[in-house]
Design a protein around this ligand. Structure first.
Ligand code: WTA
Length: 654
């Protein structure tokens, strides 16, 4: 990208205008956990005091001496404080009258069901911690997980936390190679897996795949296998153990290890859309404070709520908003094993109706799939119990936002569009639903105590307009490093601006001081010297009635520097032809301006995505520029790219 051709002080030009406002109902606001500016005021007055107040919502064995020690880029929060994450997620609820409250209401894809109360979780976690101990796991050891979405994954993570062992969860959809590399990077000594899991009616042969990885993972001493189904597998004597057998012999109680606030809680690998995976390190006290406080205030969580975060626990969203945040708050939540379109496209809505879900948190990629499938699917179900919706993972286009608001939320539920990252640990930019007025497509403003800002290339503040999203002060749940790679940690996050966290995302600030996320900085296009965010052109396309999803990339252009190529997935019932192509181009011109007119539109039934649902624009760029494909190992479905490549070559090779 040619930095010198930036036309104005704004690092990224912002072109799309959004004028609509939404507000929670009076009743919602009156009952909300917070409904005035007091949290913002407290944080503005003294950020550290604010976070200390949040930390007081947890149970500590010993109180901290110092709230924050900050030697950029290294932060220590709640120094001297001691606590245990599993104690905070379980013991204290069991003691406080919630032992019989449902913690996890689980449903498997084939329709099997289990409900685990806080007492059940407490008992299982204690026993499993004893199993790990018996196999030699000690404080600080790394335990890898390669699991389907079943309660034993949450149990296993909390059991590690109880002992002070560090969990490293590898998403069950990853390949054996990906598992192998992550086990080796963390030098894990134990792997917890399952015989298999269900996804879209198929079985994921997890133990079979794990065995492939285990050929080249010398650090692993023991493998524990949870029996999920009747999947065939090989058991290696001495190394492999059945979970249920170990549990039969395990003692009922395991004393939780009092952990220093800064002791490591987990490693989670993030590859993003490019490059070698990074083992993001989170510690105990600050992380738990961040997820505890954001769950309570962003999701307005009440004792009677039924919370459902649809993410897989293999991603940070599942770590923070299935395992640690909701459980630290004593929530009742839904956990679902399978895919949203199995056996039919209304599976999620069936679950919402059946369990009376009140808070529903999902990703834009899922919302756009629901839009594509049509509103008849949610219409089949009574969704009146929902009172709050959330979105995370990508910018949510205003069109998808309003669809979600109307067809899922019945025009009644506020939407919290939450911006954050694996690295940030907890939600950073978000509405507080009883306080913040909403604009579709904007994540609104930073959570209290989060010092987010927008900088131009040279580090000056962008008052209104586009630039780079940064965080200027440390926050409790921030990453403490990249496991085993301090240089990369500094290089990646702290080298662009001195002492300031660089998110790698573009954002713009509007005249109301609201933040609009513009996508990864690496994806920004440069058309005739205008830096245009992919997100805004995509939103303009999705704004057209025919379009369900789109991904836009900048491709080389002799005159303009870059031209825009748009990949478009149509809603059911629309025909891809030259007429529609022209209409879509005109629509973008009308919404944004002639500068953003796509040079090419490529219709595609699917877009290449990472397994967590993020569009891989890098691959689309390669396709559109006719290059050999780069690294495709993090792709969810490699055939999508091959198909696209062929279609593209047929159409544009002439
Ligand atoms: C993107 C997921 C716009 C962003 C929690 C970020 C978002 C990356 C939003 C982190 C949002 C996440 N609006 N973009 N509400 N939420 N992102 O590590 O590019 O899987 O940097 O963490 O997702 O993805 P990660």
């Amino acid at each position: 990208m040619n930095e010198t051709t930036v036309l104005d002080s704004a690092t990224i030009q912002s072109l799309l205008e959004e004028e609509r406002w939404f507000e929670a109902s009076k009743t919602f606001r009156e009952k909300a956990n917070t409904n005035n500016s007091s949290l913002y005021d407290m944080a503005a007055h003294n950020r550290e005091e604010f976070w200390a107040t949040m930390a007081e919502g947890l149970d500590w064995y010993e109180k901290w001496r110092t709230v924050l020690e900050w030697n950029p880029p290294y932060a220590k929060w709640f120094v001297g404080g001691k606590l245990n994450a599993s104690y905070n997620c379980l013991d204290r609820h069991v003691k406080n009258g919630m032992r019989n409250k449902a913690a996890i209401i689980w449903e498997g894809e084939p329709g099997d069901q289990r409900t685990l109360t806080y007492w059940d979780m407490y008992r299982e976690v204690n026993k499993f911690a004893n199993c790990l101990k018996r196999l030699g796991v000690q404080k600080g050891d790394r335990v890898a997980f390669y699991m389907p979405m079943i309660p034993e994954l949450a149990i296993g993570m909390l059991a590690c936390a109880r002992l002070g062992a560090v969990h490293s969860v590898v998403f069950g959809g990853f390949s054996p190679e990906a598992l192998r590399d992550r086990i080796n990077d963390a030098q894990a000594t134990v792997l917890v897996t399952a015989d298999g899991g269900y996804r879209r009616g198929n079985l994921l042969p997890l133990k079979h795949d794990a065995d492939l990885a285990l050929r080249e993972t010398p650090s692993i001493e023991h493998v524990i296998i949870v029996k999920r189904g009747d999947f065939p597998l090989h058991v290696k004597e001495g190394r492999d153990h059945w979970y249920h057998r170990l549990m039969q012999e395990a003692d009922a109680y395991c004393e939780p290890e009092p952990m220093e606030a800064e002791d490591m809680l987990y490693i989670l690998y993030t590859s993003g859309t490019t490059g070698k995976p990074k083992g993001i390190v989170h510690t105990t006290g600050g992380y738990l404070t961040g997820v505890y406080a954001t769950t309570k205030y962003v999701f307005d969580l009440k004792p009677e709520d039924v919370f459902w975060c649809t993410a897989d626990i293999g991603w940070v969203t599942g770590h923070s908003y299935i395992v640690y945040g909701p459980m630290a708050n004593g929530a009742t939540q839904i956990m679902y094993e399978g895919s949203p379109d199995w056996p039919d496209r209304d599976r999620f809505w069936e679950l919402v109706e059946k369990y009376g879900v009140t808070i529903f948190y999902t990703a834009p990629t899922a919302i756009r799939a629901f839009m594509k499938w049509g509103d008849e699917w949610p219409a089949k179900h009574d969704l009146h119990t929902l009172r709050l919706l959330g979105s995370v993972g990508e910018p949510i286009n205003p069109e998808a936002w309003t669809w979600y608001h109307e067809y899922i939320g019945g025009n009644r539920c506020p939407i919290v569009d939450t911006w954050w990252q694996t690295e940030t640990g907890s939600i950073m930019i978000t509405p507080l639903p009883g306080v913040t007025r909403l604009k579709p497509g904007s994540a609104t403003i930073p959570f209290p105590g989060v010092d987010a800002d927008i900088f131009s290339e040279d580090g000056t503040r962008v008052d209104t307009g586009g630039g780079y999203l940064v965080v200027k002060s440390p926050w409790p749940s921030m990453l403490r490093g990249i496991y085993g790679d301090p240089e990369r940690f500094k290089q990646q996050y702290w080298s662009k601006y001195e002492g300031i966290y660089f998110t790698g995302d573009g954002a713009k600030r509007d005249e109301n001081d609201y933040f609009w996320l513009l996508g990864r900085v690496d994806d920004v296009m440069n058309v005739s010297g205008h830096r245009i965010s992919t997100m805004e052109v995509e939103s303009a396309l999705v704004d057209h009635e025919s379009t369900a999803e789109s991904a836009v990339v900048g491709i080389h252009h002799d005159v303009k520097g870059q031209a825009i190529a748009a990949f478009v997935t149509l809603k059911e019932g629309y025909e891809a032809d030259g007429k529609l192509e022209k209409k879509l181009k005109d629509h973008v011109v009308q919404k944004i301006g002639v500068i953003a007119r796509p040079e090419k539109i490529i219709f595609s039934a699917d877009l290449p995505k990472t397994r967590s649902g993020k569009i891989m624009r890098r691959l689309l760029r390669d396709i559109a520029e006719g290059k050999a494909l780069g690294d495709t190992t993090t792709l969810a479905d490699a055939s999508v790219v091959e198909k696209l490549k062929r279609t593209y070559e047929e159409e544009y090779s002439a």
